[in-house]
Design a binder for this molecule. Structure first.
Ligand code: SF4
Length: 85
């Protein structure tokens, strides 16, 4: 015996709802992954932790550009100097 809702078989309605849910979850997952990937790339563009002048201290992170260290202003820092290990 088939159950109908407004003349449409209930199984068909559940099938459509299930695939709409799966589609929405997939879309949400893709969107959040893209957003997180963009944030990771942005944070990786800040070069301070690879810079010779970066002290790692909480008080004075960088003696050359103390206000710019570890912020967005440091992305294209002209004073960046790579570490020599
Ligand atoms: S000189 Fe520039 S890149 Fe180096 S630690 Fe200071 S702000 Fe960051």
């Amino acid at each position: 015996m088939m159950i109908h809702f407004l003349g449409i078989p209930l199984q068909f309605i559940l099938f459509v709802l299930l695939w709409l849910g799966i589609g929405y979850l997939s879309f949400s997952l893709a969107r959040s992954t893209r957003r997180n990937w963009r944030q990771i790339r942005h944070h990786h563009a800040i070069p301070c932790t690879r810079c010779r002048y970066f002290s790692g201290e909480m008080v004075l992170k960088c003696p050359v550009n103390p206000k710019a260290a570890l912020t967005d202003q440091a992305v294209d820092c002209p004073d960046f100097m790579g570490r020599v290990d």
